[in-house]
Ligand binder design. Structure first.
Ligand SMILES: [Zn+2]
Length: 421
């Protein structure tokens, strides 16, 4: 819950200052939108579940392009028409005392731009839903897209899976993405003013750009469906339904990667992704990092490792052995003067290569040769927990339903519909 904030608002340009609760700004598209394109019509899906997606974090300045009309409110604002630019662009800036929209100051820390349907707004991508601007004490601000659950999912499913994949694979993805985001919202959303990030740190969300007819059809078919598992006697609850691209032959136990334990996330053998993934994605080539670079990246990301000074050697202390391959789960860092510390295998990989484009998974072997850390025998793409997306596609091509795929990758789970509870 946001705290109620007392504030006053002042406007430039001789705007009216009558005390009302809403500041209505109506501006029609008076110019050609260079990004204009066919936008799929949002299905009329009733859902009161709202997801707050963090689009921009700790920003000082940005420009938002509006398509259509918007209503601005900040709970105590006086009514005024702001002199927006003819191209409907909003330049948003802030200092510790005000948020400025095209130079007009708002003292309120939270401003809501309600986009009137069928309007949209564009930041990096074009988005449905509303835009929240929340200013912090230091004068920076967060931009948050407040959107209905199913519209949010339409912008996720098409970003996380090719829309031309089998419909059963898309349905699986829709259910897993819905479950994951509701879990994250429930677990963390009450303590912050947003629920999920728009990046792969949660789920990639590209707004309307990711939407397509097959994706919306999948959202419709799976409307409100989520995964649950037993949480106490006869009690079922949602869980973090993780997913990744290519598990490499066996999905991983969540506790080895993320530290949390749920019965559906213990890991299963996956003979399927090998069948659908291209070899160049299933296997990844040898990679090298100098120990100086490893030291620099580790210290920057984890300042608590600074006592190690210089990383001199790296050894594996825990791995999940699957026979002819293994996922590294715990790494021992050897520093100056025999000082040592530990880091999870997945954290180590993402610290060295946050994008995951070089070190594609923790299924690999590592060795140190002189001042070089060498990664060999790499296979898989992603953290490997939960659903294997390429495995789901291979199962779907073999005629498996979404429910059968979910039963396979998330044993001890079942699907329910949140609208029927
Ligand atoms: Zn797999």
């Amino acid at each position: 819950m946001w705290a109620k904030i007392k504030y006053s608002v002042s406007f430039g340009h001789g705007a009216s200052c009558a005390r009302v609760f809403l500041l209505l700004l109506a501006f029609l598209c008076g110019c050609k939108d260079k990004t204009d394109r066919a936008v799929p019509v949002e299905p009329n899906i009733a859902s009161d579940e709202i997801i707050r997606v963090l689009l921009l974090d700790d920003a000082n300045k940005c420009t938002v392009i509006l398509k259509g009309a918007a209503q601005i409110s900040d709970t105590n604002s006086p009514l005024a028409i702001l002199p927006f630019e003819p191209d409907n662009s909003l330049l948003i800036t802030a200092d510790p005392n005000n948020t400025y929209i095209n130079g007009n100051p708002f003292t309120a820390k939270k401003i809501n731009l309600h986009i009137i349907l069928p309007g949209t707004f564009t930041l990096e991508n074009e988005y449905r839903g509303d835009l929240l601007i929340i200013r912090s004490d230091n004068g920076s601000f967060d931009l948050i897209n407040s959107i209905t659950l199913e519209s949010y999912l339409a912008g996720v499913v098409g970003a996380e899976m090719p829309p031309y994949w089998e419909s059963a694979a898309l349905d699986t993805q829709s259910i897993v993405a819905r479950t994951y985001c509701l879990y994250i919202k429930k677990r963390f959303g009450t303590n912050r003013h947003w629920d999920v990030r728009a990046t792969q740190s949660h789920q990639v969300y590209r707004g309307i750009l990711a939407e397509s007819v097959p994706v919306w059809q999948s959202i419709r078919r799976t409307l409100g469906t989520v995964l649950v598992c037993e949480n106490g006697k006869d009690r079922y609850d949602i869980f973090p339904a993780y997913y990744s691209s290519i598990c490499g032959g066996h999905t991983e136990d969540s506790k080895n990667v993320f530290g949390d334990s749920f019965a559906p996330l213990n890991g299963v053998e996956c003979p399927y992704c090998f069948k659908s993934a291209k070899p160049k994605f299933y296997f990844w080539p040898v990679a090298y990092y100098s120990l100086a670079e490893v030291t620099k990246k580790l210290m920057a990301r984890y300042p608590q490792l600074e006592p190690l000074e210089q990383i001199c050697d790296i050894t594996v202390t825990q791995k999940t052995d699957y026979g002819n391959f293994a996922r590294l789960t715990m790494i021992k860092l050897h520093g100056t003067d025999d000082k040592t510390d530990f880091i999870r295998g997945e954290d180590f990989r993402l610290c060295l290569d946050p994008s995951g484009t070089i070190l594609k998974s923790a299924i690999c072997e590592i060795s140190v040769d002189g001042d070089k850390l060498i990664f060999t025998s790499g296979r898989g793409f992603g953290h490997g927990v939960g659903l294997c997306q390429c495995g789901a596609e291979a199962m779907a091509r073999n005629g498996k339903t979404a429910q059968e795929i979910l039963n396979y990758y998330f044993p001890h789970s079942k699907t329910i519909n949140i609208h029927e509870q």
